[in-house]
Design a protein. Structure first.
Length: 213
């Protein structure tokens, strides 16, 4: 009779947990997903709209078109309509100077005034950089930016051979490599022409050009 000890059977392997069925896995709420997507889309849309409005209000848009395309000038500027007489921008001499200044690009001008010839506003626009050209060459310093506008103004000008600060004259401008506008206000009977008026005249002309482009 054998006296060897009996060997106990090995323990059974633990049963593996059954994989969770598709019905037992947590599911994201379809409504929550759709709601989140819609909210994100609305946020993007609002953001784009705000950006467009900001660009539009800031006046950053530059009039488009080829260099020889026409330029639309405003119908009136600061309450003044086109001057019927003595508008030197409509003379052959000034037109020749404008063609030379543009060097192939369109350059146009117009003077605005009321029944009284005291105040005149000359607007000149060109599809080129008009810095130091035509009446913009009258400026005797770099000028200063006016408020939150894009215009730079000065009344320190050279007319003829005399350079001085002239309270009754204001020259304002806005120039880029492809488009320029400047305004020249002369009001000999005023106590002083403001740079705000000059900058506003530039803004009116710039917006007219953008709209008409």
């Amino acid at each position: 009779m054998s006296t060897a000890p009996e060997t106990a059977p090995p323990p059974a392997a633990p049963a593996l947990a059954a994989p969770a069925s598709a019905t037992t896995r947590p599911r994201r709420s379809r409504r929550r997903f759709v709601g989140t997507a819609v909210a994100a889309s609305l946020a993007v849309g609002v953001g784009i709209t705000a950006a467009v409005l900001l660009i539009s209000r800031s006046g950053d848009e530059i009039p488009s078109g080829p260099a020889d395309a026409p330029i639309a000038l405003p119908k009136d500027v600061l309450g003044l309509g086109p001057q019927a007489q003595n508008d030197t921008t409509q003379t052959a001499e000034w037109s020749l100077l404008a063609r030379r200044a543009g060097n192939g690009a369109t350059v146009v001008g117009r003077a605005y005034g009321g029944p009284s010839p005291a105040r005149t506003i000359r607007i000149v626009a060109g599809r080129t950089d008009l810095t130091d050209k035509l009446e913009l060459a009258w400026r005797a310093d770099a000028g200063h930016l006016v408020g939150e506008t894009k215009a730079t103004c000065t009344n320190n000008v050279t007319i003829g051979e005399r350079t001085q600060v002239r309270p009754t004259v204001m020259l304002c401008w806005r120039t880029t490599s492809t488009f320029s506008v400047y305004s020249l206000i002369i009001d000999p009977k005023s106590k002083g022409v403001t740079d705000a008026d000059g900058a506003a005249a530039v803004d009116v002309a710039w917006r007219a050009a953008v709209k008409g482009a």
